[in-house]
Structures are given as C-alpha cells and as structure tokens.
Design a protein around this ligand. Structure first.
Ligand code: SME
Length: 165
C-alpha cells in the first residue's frame, strides 16, 4: 500500500504519530525535481484527508504584490489577496507562521467560508522571497497551535527545497 494511503486510512492516533506519518508521506509524494504545482496539489490533498477537523487546506502563490489561489481542497476560495492583507497576506509580509485561534478576533480576516473558526498560515520561503503560503482553515476554534506551525513549516520547506517553479 502506498505510504500516503496508510496516512489517509489512519483513525484516531496520537498527533505526534499522525504528523510523523504525514511527513513520511510527503517525502514519498515530493521527490526532488517534482513540479511545484503538482507537489502543492498532492500535499493539499494529503493534508486535507489526513488532518482532522479541516474545512479548507491549500496554497496561495505569490505574483508580484498579490497572492493568487493555487492547489487546494475545500470550497471555492477568494482568488487574490494583496500581500499584507488577511491572515495569508500578513504571513507572507511578515515571513512567519500565523496561528489565529478565533478568526472573529482577527480584524483583517478574509472570510472565504463562513464555517471557518480558526486558521493557520505558513509562508513558503525561498531565499529572500516568499513564493507562497500554505493555509489551513478549521470549523473549530483553537484547532491550531505552535506544534502545527512547526509541522507545516517542515512541509513548506520540503516543497521549496524539492521542487522547481
Ligand atoms: N482567511 C484567509 C483567506 C483565504 S481562505 O481562508 C481560503 C485570510 O484571511 O487571508
């Protein structure tokens, strides 16, 4: 059975084990030289189907001063976000992960799906540039924490290192 299938099939297992298995699956899904959009598409699918309590998971890619929606799973989302705006644009501007426990308290949150209650955004940093962000939404407040940020940061780094634009 493919490593990614094992992760998707996983039931109620401790977070550390689940995340370790997901990281192994990413290693299999994204060998060096993989097309960047293909890698984003498979990683969005993998995370959406193997992380509990998500209602959106995907990538925005940088084009000049804007982020444009890329591969994702979930409902259709806003197409463009100016760098600096929303949770995604702010994470891109600051070049760091942002965890929002309750989106109603984040003044500039951009609501693509009214069901979203919490959010995490991790930048994809290549040299001096932020080439995009990885964005996850949850219908549960407080779904994400620093451990998620560290885990997703490792995935973002793997994509940047192993893919070409
Ligand atoms: N909530 C994001 C917009 C993207 S959607 O969540 C898919 C933001 O505030 O940047």
């Amino acid at each position: 059975m493919h490593e990614a299938t094992l992760v998707v099939a996983g039931g109620s297992i401790p977070r550390a084990e689940r995340y370790a298995a997901i990281l192994r699956a990413v290693e299999h899904l994204v060998p060096s030289g993989t097309d960047r959009i293909a890698a984003m598409a498979n990683v969005a699918s993998l995370l959406y189907h193997s992380m509990p309590n998500l209602n959106w998971c995907g990538f925005y890619r940088t084009f000049g001063d804007r982020l444009v929606v890329g591969p994702f799973h979930g409902k259709p989302a806003c197409i463009e976000i100016p760098i600096g705006r929303g949770v995604c644009g702010r994470a891109a501007l600051l070049r760091r992960a942002i965890v929002v426990e309750d989106v109603t308290t984040f003044p500039d949150h951009i609501a693509c799906d009214p069901q979203s209650r919490s959010e995490i955004v991790v930048p994809l940093v290549e040299g001096d540039a932020v080439i995009g962000v990885l964005d996850l939404d949850s219908p549960i407040a407080g779904r994400f924490d620093d451990e998620d940020a560290e885990f997703l940061g490792r995935i973002a780094a793997t994509i940047v290192e192993r893919t070409g634009s």
